[in-house]
Design a protein around this ligand. Sequence first.
Ligand code: FAD
Length: 412
Amino acid sequence: MRKVLIVGAGQSGLQIALGLQSHGYEVTLMSNRTADEIRSGRVMSTQCMFHTALQHERDLELNFWENQAPRIEGLGVSVAAPDSSRAIDWVGRLDGFAQSVDQRVKMAGWMETFAQRGGQVVIHGAAVGDLDYFSRTYDLVLVAAGKGELVTMFERDAARSVFDAPQRALAVAYVHGLGPRPEHPDFDAVRCNLVPGVGELFVMPTFTNTGRADILFFEGVPGGPLDAFKGVKDPSEHLALTLELLEKYVPWEYARATKVELTDANATLAGRYAPTVRKPIGRLPGGGAVLGVADVVVANDPITGQGSNSASKCAASYLSSIIEHGDRPFDEAWMQSAFDRYWDTAQHVVKWTNAMLGVPPEHVLELIGAAGQAQPVADRFANGFDDPADFENFFFDPEKTAAYLESVRAAA
Ligand SMILES: Cc1cc2nc3c(=O)[nH]c(=O)nc-3n(C[C@H](O)[C@H](O)[C@H](O)COP(=O)(O)OP(=O)(O)OC[C@H]3O[C@@H](n4cnc5c(N)ncnc54)[C@H](O)[C@@H]3O)c2cc1C
């Protein structure tokens, strides 16, 4: 049977590893942390995943936490006015529910499942030198190591990378005790709060090591008032700062948050990275080649909550490309074609995410405003998080936005 090495036990690496394993491939998974270290370690993401990405997990029967995790049925947008009231506020309904399962729970659980099913797990932080050796002993080496140091093996694709610096400062806190959304306490939703010129606050329910919780996730414009978490190491200090900023910039969310406490000692995260697209093939000093996966090759800012979704979509796409290739060699031409197939989907995510990082043009403001008046617009916007390709039809081009809004008005 064909031998595949996967470096990195995150969303994409584990999904491909478990998928290939179920098809009889001999898979080795290299992880720089054990399952227990991941489970008891620091939070890594907010990992809200929408229907299509969740369906890829279901297709592989990996949806182990589906019945425990809150079902996120809506996606709300609020825009803060200069006086910190809500100038805009609406909730779109998702056609299929979304879910967030703490990656600490999911990756640890998937890794143990992979090992229990006979997969080989090697605990080792891989270096380029290791890959040189392994590329000679495996039929295929996939690098699914996220935004870690191994990305330096993959050349930045300047034509596809709009930014060369981080566009947001990220600060996450997992909490228990958040009150319900007063507008719609009957169903769970992700709340996207936009504070023009300052940044965003995302609030969403999740399933973590200690059960149901909520995540408070600030995206601060660099150098602005939300870019305040650098150097804050103490988790309780992180939470206190989060609450202070909530009260000042998004008081309607603060009103729900007065009784929160952190879920655990590793429930906070702060950092930043530059959104980057890379060339998919990493060439090794000894002449071998490896294929980059998910965040290694396409890392978007989390402002649109797409990274785990994209990792799932990339894994599903690569899995098909590998299986369809049969016994033929995994040469560079195949690697490029596997990436190109994924890029068909990923390009829409990159374009939309980069657009959301900028100052919204007039027609986008109009669209977001119209969603407050017309539920179909809110619903379509919300479902774009599942299928960002749809934004091509009504978001980027002012004429298409106008035509879409006109068609909604006519239908009403
Ligand atoms: C604050 C924040 C919020 C986010 N919110 C969302 C969201 O709501 N929705 C969404 O879809 N996405 C979100 N994302 C993005 C999402 O978490 C990532 O895009 C996704 O996890 C990428 O998956 P991956 O498989 O490429 O890499 P990762 O999940 O990063 O996994 C890579 C793994 O490789 C391991 N590794 C690294 N280097 C090595 C090495 N040398 N050897 C061995 N192992 C190694 C790492 O420890 C890790 O386990 C968010 C990200 C952040 C930072």
